[in-house]
Design a protein around this ligand. Structure first.
Ligand code: UDP
Length: 244
């Protein structure tokens, strides 16, 4: 593990990786990356590298889990053993079970579950490289994988965190800020409906700081949402040769 840096943010408001407090890490998204999945997405969010695959709607196994009036959404978040500095056991950890639930609950409000009774939609998230904020990047990728599978949705969920390092509220914490900072507020949003589908807080903030962090996270979500939509549209752009 690296030694603790002296300061996470300097007097001029420059963070360890050179970002300003309200700046996102570089983000790159791809859709349709897995040919065996019904829908898929790959995201690079800073140093995070995450793959999401959506399978369904399909028959439910075991059958007794099927819901008579709506689709069953199952999500699995998994971190590859090589995704972090210290080897992560491939067996599901408590944290992974929690994050699987968090991802499912973030996506569920956006999907027209009632359109597909007695079926299942399975969403698998594989974290290949982790650098803080993997739950948010996973939600962003998982929502795109579901959209890519052609499942009708009210909106495409997008997620981003804000938090506090030293005395400053900052956007999109990377690993060091996440671990050494004093608070982290991950938020998932349906940007067109302006509805929050996930709000968590790790650490302590005053009411004013919390409001500031939530607003900053929403701004971050909106920026990522634009990249998400551009990526999805680009897949369906018809490339035609223009004859002179
Ligand atoms: N992490 C790690 N080993 C683990 C789990 C997490 O090194 O077994 C790191 C990883 O970089 C992750 C960060 O700790 O992104 C923060 O984890 P947290 O539980 O806060 O979730 P996240 O911020 O990724 O949503």
């Amino acid at each position: 593990m690296n030694d603790k840096p002296e300061k996470l943010i300097d007097k001029k408001g420059v963070r360890l990786d050179g970002r300003k407090p309200d700046e996102l890490r570089p983000i790159k998204i791809d859709v349709g990356v897995l040919s065996n999945a019904d829908g898929s997405a790959y995201i690079e969010h800073g140093k995070n590298k995450i793959l999401a695959g959506a399978y369904g709607p399909r028959e439910v196994h075991p059958k007794h889990l099927a819901l008579q009036d709506r689709m069953l959404l199952r999500c699995r978040y998994h971190m590859a053993p090589f995704s972090v500095q210290e080897r992560k056991s491939p067996a599901p950890s408590r944290r992974e079970v929690e994050l699987s639930k968090v991802i499912r609950e973030s996506l569920e409000p956006s999907i027209f579950m009632e359109y597909y009774p007695r079926t299942a939609l399975d969403v698998f998230v594989e974290v290949l490289q982790a650098d803080g904020g993997t739950r948010c990047a996973s939600i962003t990728a998982a929502a795109l994988a579901v959209a890519d599978a052609g499942i009708p949705m009210r909106d495409i969920v997008v997620a981003c965190a804000a938090g506090k390092v030293e005395d400053t509220i900052v956007l999109d914490l990377m690993d060091e800020e996440d671990k050494l900072g004093s608070a982290d507020v991950p938020l998932a949003l349906m940007p067109n409906l302006n509805a929050v589908t996930l709000l968590q807080m790790d650490g302590i903030l005053t009411v004013e700081e919390f409001e500031q962090a939530v607003n900053l996270a929403i701004e971050g979500c909106k920026k990522i949402s634009a990249i998400q939509k551009e990526t999805l549209k680009a897949k369906y752009v018809d490339v035609k040769e223009v004859e002179e």
